[in-house]
Design a protein around this ligand. Structure first.
Ligand SMILES: CC(C)(COP(=O)(O)OP(=O)(O)OC[C@H]1O[C@@H](n2cnc3c(N)ncnc32)[C@H](O)[C@@H]1OP(=O)(O)O)[C@@H](O)C(=O)NCCC(=O)NCCS
Length: 228
């Protein structure tokens, strides 16, 4: 059943290299562009994201855009505006009243420009607005970039070892406290000076709360080897 929820807005953000992205909620019309994005991810990024190099990208894309703001939110980062190219995504699935599982990925050619951190901060705000206080993430132990993002956030996420993975627990309020720097739609980054943009980005990086989705749940159905 679809529930009530706080509306999720669209924001434009500047990445570390000066390029801009639009971050907006996914809709069912995004299925093909999400599928294209997943196909273009490198095999290694797909493996880290989905815990397997073999995934059904059609099924994953369909689930990603089948959103219900009260229980399942997907944010997309696009270049070229609302109808442009997907270069990253983050999503949460509500587990119960206050907890949700989250996942994030960024196009290989756009990684290390702050987008993963921005997506997580934005997602945390949406979650918090919908009463979610805690994000859970399941990360492969060898996913050093993801773990580095957590470390770079400056927070101390609770980490628990699971068989074959790491579970990370993060309070969304930590991100929300810093979100005015991330989600102030009234201050378009396009008006910021280059120095201001860099400072804003650094602040937003401090709000980074990253994790991953239990991709195994996403990979339901007959597996299809992704083209690489
Ligand atoms: C993990 C991931 C989402 C990070 O996205 P990103 O946009 O590259 O991350 P950011 O640019 O916000 O990085 C923030 C900080 O995290 C750390 N970090 C990120 N990637 C890193 C890497 N490869 N090596 C070392 N540190 C890294 C750095 O401290 C970085 O800040 P810095 O660049 O100023 O040093 C991205 O690497 C990715 O999509 N990986 C494949 C999918 C995946 O693993 N998803 C997560 C599990 S589902």
């Amino acid at each position: 059943m679809r529930g009530t929820s706080a509306p999720i807005g669209s924001v434009d953000r500047v990445l570390r290299d000066g390029s801009t992205v639009r971050i907006r909620p996914a809709t069912p019309e995004d299925r093909v562009r999400v599928e294209r994005y997943l196909i273009e991810l490198s095999p290694e990024s797909r493996r880290l994201r989905f815990h397997s190099p073999v995934v059904d990208v059609g099924e994953i894309a369909a689930q990603a855009v089948d959103v219900d703001p009260s229980t399942h939110v997907t944010l997309l980062a696009l270049t070229g505006g609302d109808e442009g190219t997907v270069v990253g995504g983050a999503q949460y699935f509500r587990i119960d009243d206050v907890r949700a599982e989250i996942g994030v990925s960024v196009s290989d050619r756009v990684q290390r420009r702050g987008l993963g951190s921005l997506l997580i901060g934005q997602l945390a705000q949406s979650a918090r607005d919908n009463g979610i206080t805690t994000f859970l993430a399941e990360v492969l132990p060898e996913n050093h970039p993801m773990i580095a993002v957590f470390r770079a956030s400056g927070f101390s996420p609770r980490i628990r070892a699971l068989p074959g993975s790491i579970e990370v627990t993060i309070p969304t309020t930590l991100a929300v406290r810093r979100l005015p720097t991330l989600a102030d739609a009234g201050s378009p980054a396009s008006r910021a000076t280059a120095r201001g943009r860099k400072a804003m980005l650094r602040l937003s990086l401090s709000a980074a709360l990253v994790s991953l989705l239990p991709w195994a749940a996403y990979a339901a159905g007959p597996p299809i080897l992704c083209p690489s």
